[in-house]
Every structure is written in C-alpha cells, then in structure tokens.
Design a protein around this ligand. Sequence first.
Ligand SMILES: C[S@@+](CC[C@H](N)C(=O)[O-])C[C@H]1O[C@@H](n2cnc3c(N)ncnc32)[C@H](O)[C@@H]1O
Length: 452
Amino acid sequence: MAVTRKKGAREVALDILTRVEEHRSYSNLELKQGLAQTELSAADVGLVTELVYGTIQRQYTLDTVISRFVKSGRKRLEPWVHNLLRLSLYQIRFLDRIPDRAAVHEAVELAKRKGHQGIASLVNGVLRNVLRQPEVWNEPQGNLVKRLAFAESHPDWLISRWLKLYGEELTRAICQSNNVAPHTSVRVNTLKTDRPALLAELKAEFPGAEASQLSPDGIVIPSGHVAASKWFQQGYCTIQDESSMLVARALAVQPGQRVLDACAAPGGKTSHLAELMGNSGQILACDVHPHKEKLIRETAKRLGITCIETVVSDALDLPDKGLGQFDRILLDAPCTGLGVIRRKPDLKWKKTPEDIAQISQLQARLLERIAPMLAPGGLLVYSTCTIEPEENQRVVEQFVAHHPEFEWDKSLLEDLPPAVARIASAEHGYVQILPNHFQSDGFFISRLKRSK
Ligand SMILES: C[S@@+](CC[C@H](N)C(=O)[O-])C[C@H]1O[C@@H](n2cnc3c(N)ncnc32)[C@H](O)[C@@H]1O
C-alpha cells in the first residue's frame, strides 16, 4: 500500500509560490486552495501564510541577492528551485524566529526530495554563501530609485512614480507600510448590537481586540480567526478594513432613502449602507460579474438585511434600464488596487503603468454614465482603494469641469473622523488615505453634490 507523505509547512508554501508563478494567479486564491488540501496545525497555517505573502512581498530584494550568487543566471532556474531559494532567503533575512541553519537544512532536504543531489548542492551553496556575506542585504549606494526598490522591495516604475508624487520620505513610508502584514478589523452590525457590547464579548475570545481609532463602527483584532467565530457567523460583524469603513459613512445616508451602489460586490459597503439606514429604504446593488451577485446576497442574509436588491449589469448600462433617480449613489470604482499592496502583495508585480491609464478611462466613463442618475440635491461618493491621482482626483476633476450641476462637496469632512478630516484636500474636501497614515488600506474618498 502506498504511504502518502504529509507535506510540511515549507513544502506547502513552496508549492503555492510555484503555482502562483507558473499560473500567474493570485496568491490569496492559491493559498486558500493550497491550505484546503492539507491538514496543517493552526500554527503551521500561520507559517505558510507568512512565508507565501512575505516571500512575494520581498521578491525584488530576494531576487537581487539570488542573482549575485547563481552563476548560471537566476532566470534559468526551474520555477520551484527559484522559489525554494526565495523562500529560504526570506526566512534567513526576514524571519528572526527561524534559525538560519534550520532554514538551510530544510531547504536542502526539500531540494533532495523534489529534485536531486545536484539541485540540493546548488541550494546549499547559494544559501551558505549568502550567510557568509550578510552585507549583501545592505541598501546599495547610488541611484535613489534602485536603492529604495531594493530596500523596500517594490518595482522601479512604482518607486519612480511615487517619488515624483510623494517625495522620498513619504515613498519610503508607504513602501514600509506595504511590507507590514495587515491586522484584521471588523465592522459592528448595528442592526443587531452596538460596539461596546460586541467589543466586550469579543474580548473574551480575542483578548487583544480594541475599538478602532479610525472608524466609529470598527473593532481591531490583532490576532485570531474571526471568520470562524460565532459573532461573525451569526451576523454580528463583517470583516472589513478600517479605511473601507469610512466610505459608506461618507455618503451620509438617511433611513428610507433610495440608494444606488453601482459597483457593489462583494457587498462590504452595501451592507454597511444598509446598517446605517436601519435596514430601511431601498439599496440597489449592481455588479457586472454574475458569480459575485451571490456574495452580496449571502452577506445580506448573514447580517439580517432585507433592504438590498441586487442586479447583475455593466454599470455603464444602468441609465438605460429605467431605474429612475437616486438620493444617494456610491461609485466604489474598479481600480488598480495599489493602495492595498500590504493585503495583496502580488499587485505590485502584476500591475503596470498602462493599467493605471487604462482603468482611469473606465472610471471616467462610469462616473459620466452613473452621475446623471442622482436626484437634484443628492450626494454621490466616488471612491477607490488606490493612491494614484489619475484614478482618483483627476477623474473627479475632469467630470466636475464638464458638469456645472455637480460640485465637490466639502461638507464631506463633517462625516469623517477628525483624524481623517485633517488630511483632506482644503480645496475640494476629498481624502487620500495613504497606507502609512493609519496603517490601514490606501483609499480615496470624494463626495459630489448635485445642485439641479
Ligand atoms: C472595488 S470593487 C467593489 C467593492 C465593494 N464596493 C465592497 O465594498 O465590497 C469594484 C467592483 O466593481 C465591479 N465592476 C467592475 N467593472 C464594472 C462595471 N463595468 N459595472 C459594474 N461593476 C463593475 C467588480 O466586479 C468589483 O466587484
């Protein structure tokens, strides 16, 4: 009878990293699938997650070092060997709790099992050579873009771009925040409970839980698996980033209103709107992807929300559907996601400058088509989870310039916490939250008012 060998945490992480590279897929999806096929302990699941995200996050730095020690050239390595070197060097350089000799030993054993003695010798040689020369990790001299790209492991084009937009100090701070693992936060479902009551209950299972300083609806949970808890499953809370929790509040909804959420899936902000409206009025939640509609419905059901209707449609087609006008519109537009790199580190390697140019055209078209559905006197929030001006203030500036009946609504500041209002644009009232401001997702939030 064949005996199936159980894979250890490093082998599971290696297989996930190799699949991400070979299939050009997203690490969160591969991680979910890869972990589902194992029976690892909770601690090992944590280690695999850290190894996968950490290795992808630090890829530039790791590859620069690998290139110096692989004589035949890094690019000629088989993907799994390349990823084994990355994974092992990540542990050596960035994980203090794993002794160097354990990282090398595990790597060599894995190389023997998956390959042959020749590969094991190469892996052993590279890792030991790096250990003998710790100065290879020092920030290099010279060109600022290259220095920052190596030290903070971000692509050259993004560093150059941010240097122009934000300057050296802020660029470094943004990159450093992008390299810190995000904490979990939940939004209290105010239809079922309130923040003090839920916080008191959560503290029993998650002792580090505390009220969010950023969002009045948030609770920060530094460690623990909230999605498996009874509070999540029974609909007392929703997992959501603290910046993201500001968006629905920015729309200043009132009970009984008619609201359009034009790009709604998976429904994080739609359900927040429903909670703020006391589950009254009507929220139309639209998304272009049929498979995502059920995510909105499931969230609404779990939270006990009944005022959301869903529609599968390209939002560009909504004006042709005779839906009438809305008191409030949320356009949480599709974007490059370059504000959420700490959550999705693959983004920094996959996205290109062309993606920014391309998606900003779609964003402008969406705003152009959706805004006329707002009733006079109504409010529209345009938001994204990116920090690129072309996708944010430029889209809105252009729109306002051609539509005198819409204006920036600076009273947005009254609906934002003081710490956030302080960083708002003095001229237009929008906020660009950078990942380093509050160690939360990078988000852009703006509000327009329709006069006639
Ligand atoms: C930033 S996400 C929305 C997140 C959502 N508001 C939330 O808080 O859970 C953007 C969404 O827009 C959808 N989308 C992309 N293009 C669209 C289009 N042309 N019309 C409608 N939805 C679109 C995507 O499927 C994606 O779910």
